[in-house]
Design a protein around this ligand. Structure first.
Ligand SMILES: O=C(O)CCC(=O)C(=O)O
Ligand SMILES: [Fe+2]
Length: 279
């Protein structure tokens, strides 16, 4: 890991030049404030007190929604340490992403608006997806894949690349989460074009070269830390304790060409792309 990819103070200009424009990851320690229901670094009880009666979607270890649960029931399971099915059910409570979406976290995000702030190194202007020219604020504005992610220790997101040729930020609110990142040029070993190797149950016949590549970053986030995951980077996550993260995706103007190429190659019909470009 280079020094440039692990720092606690960086401004917007340096972030844009050294990370966004160069497609370089960043881990920033202790870089965003949390208060109110997000103030608890180890437990989920404050969030459950506030949102216990909400129904939230539960996912598998990738992006398949399985069913919904009451958030309070889910937190009781997580904090009770009860054994649960594999893969460990994972709450991805997304803000509105498309015109037809049964459950969304917009009400929760509105209630939490005074309880956190995004890292100050994030650009506050010139986004192309979603199209926001100035005063951009992930706390209040809609962003693709913006969500509150909650899981028990052991909850996983399998290795994948994010959609929309977009960059992502993940802010760790509660508990510890390990993230492993591989660069885009590892694609020929990690993916066969249809699927990506599952690092926990690897298929060595289908992905014969995957053991030859090493992650460029293998990092544990603690409460207050954030990670920037550039477009095209493969990443996997596992919660080491009960965990709450807030995350969202975006494309900034410095990467407008990359996004235009994605739109031209079919991306313009994606429902999330349509939703954000129409609003
Ligand atoms: O925090 C996680 O489990 C993974 C987040 C992520 O990579 C995603 O949602 O695309
Ligand atoms: Fe991701």
């Amino acid at each position: 890991m280079t020094d440039r990819s692990l720092m606690s103070s960086i401004d917007q200009k340096e972030f844009i030049e050294s990370h966004l424009a160069r497609n370089e990851p960043l881990v920033a320690r202790d870089c965003f404030p949390r208060t109110g229901p997000l103030a608890s670094p180890r437990k989920l009880d404050l969030l459950a007190q506030r949102f216990g009666s909400c129904r939230v979607p539960v996912f598998d270890a990738l992006f398949e929604m399985q069913h919904t649960v009451g958030f309070g029931d889910y937190v009781s399971m997580v904090e009770g340490g009860r054994p649960c099915d594999e893969p460990i059910p994972y709450v991805r409570w997304y803000a509105r992403q498309r015109h037809f979406q049964m459950i969304c976290a917009d009400g929760a995000f509105a209630e939490l608006a005074e309880s956190w702030a995004a890292p100050s190194w994030l650009p506050s202007a010139n986004y192309v997806f979603p199209p926001i020219e100035e005063n951009a604020d992930p706390v209040r504005d809609g962003f693709p894949a913006k969500g509150i992610f909650v899981c028990a220790a052991g909850g996983r997101t399998r290795l994948h690349v994010d959609p929309w040729a977009s960059d992502a930020v993940l802010c760790q609110v509660t508990g510890e989460k390990r993230l492993v990142l591989y660069p885009p040029d590892a694609a020929e070993f990690l993916s066969d074009g249809e699927a990506v190797v599952d690092l926990d149950h690897p298929d060595d016949v289908r992905f014969p070269g995957w053991r030859a590549v090493r992650p460029v970053m293998d990092v544990t986030l603690s409460p207050g830390d954030a990670i920037f995951i550039p477009a095209g980077w493969f990443h996997a996550a596992v919660a080491l304790t009960p965990s709450v993260s807030i995350t969202w995706n975006f494309v900034h103007e410095v990467n407008a060409d990359r996004f235009a190429a994605y739109l031209e190659s079919g991306g313009s019909t994606d429902p999330t792309v349509r939703y954000f470009r129409a609003t």
